[in-house]
Design a binder for this molecule. Sequence first.
Ligand code: ASP
Ligand code: MG
Length: 469
Amino acid sequence: MLVLKFGGTSVANANAIMQMASVIRDKNYPGKMVVVVSAMSGVTDMLIKCFQKAEAHDDSYQDLIQELEKKHMEAIEQLIPMNIQIDIKGRIKLRFRELEDVCKGVFLLDEISDSIKARVMAYGELLSSAIVSEAFQYNGLPNKLIDSRDFIVTDSNYLNAKADLVKTYQQINDKLPDAALIVAPGFIARSESGKTTVLGRGGSDYTASLYAAGTQADLLEIWSDVDGMYTTDPRKAKSAYSIPELSYEEAMELAYFGAKVLYPPTISPLVAAQIPLLLKNTFNPSHQGTLISNNPAPSQQVIKGLSCIDNIAMITLSGNVMVGVPGIAMRMFKAVAKENINIYFITQSSSEHSITIGLAEADGNRALKALSAEFEEDIKQGTIYPLNLEAPMSIIALVGNGMIQQPGIAGTTFSLLGDNNINIRAIAQGATERNISFVVQADDATKAVNLLHDTFFISKTGKPEFAEA
Ligand code: ASP
Ligand code: MG
């Protein structure tokens, strides 16, 4: 079994869908395949706008629905011969009438729940998968279309649903049709109580990973519009290039630290089932892409990737009486967690004088307020100083299994940045030694990324500049 997932740009229009069909045909794969698709690019965002407008009692949501309908109908007209368009057009029209009904309800009530939001967002993948399946049918790829809601079982966290792995794998085993090629929508699932859920933005990758693990596939391929995972963000450093091989752990660190090509939860089901993951470019299929597995080929690169998350706020809690007092960190994290705010970064100086956390700038003031309230009494007593927020900052992370037991990387990094007048505001290294992260002022981030990339990565000319001993 081979599971392939194609992202929004790979199904963006008729040309892209034909290109995707040719990628699949050219494989000549002898076994069975499941093809998971995202919504056409931009569609999920538009669906979100639809319900936002409807909820605000703005009837221009209807224009958006019309625009969406036109986009999908155009693809059908270009992909499927005129004399047989009628059936698929009818099915797509029906979906749009349903979508209109749901949005009309929201418009009339001026109100929406997460469950209804998920129902609206699900249309993107329902539409794209139906069109792709039909297009394949008429282009030499007979297939069976399924609805992923019949297979992926989740909790009732409608917009960011978590799969129940045992039940999901059971459904896949019991019910997946016996067809050489199956087409499935990504992103959408169903709660145990039978309601539509979605797996979080970018969640189609995760759907594909669940099909792969559930069928014990030989390989999962994720096809997008870039040549795999890059050494760093190519928009920041021109010398960035696609990494040929990574371990699961390295890929996970890079995905969590901002490499947008992969939705981070995708990797964990693959690790458990030992299924390799190949990232490929639909529009440049001859490029080898990035292979992620348990046993990546040995590499000269100590550092595999360099990631950078922008728009970070840093909040520091400090005081005299924190030394040796247990429970301060717990109170800090609890107060932030209660607000449902994600923390990217934590450091505590070993003198225990201060604890610093990094979080999204957008959450900064909310976190500051929650923390100031939590420590109000201590601040009044003077045992803890008023909290301090700094923004905008960027977190840069060096990732690679090769850093384990390899001295000197942190030293090289910090003297390089120091020599170039870049001030490092906080540093953290995971005890796994797979990740060294540090915080710099946002203005310094691009310069820091370029300096580090030029130092640690084999240049395009092939010369390793910091090779493993
Ligand atoms: N269409 C969904 C989104 O835009 C899921 C995906 O494309 O992976 O987030
Ligand atoms: Mg994606």
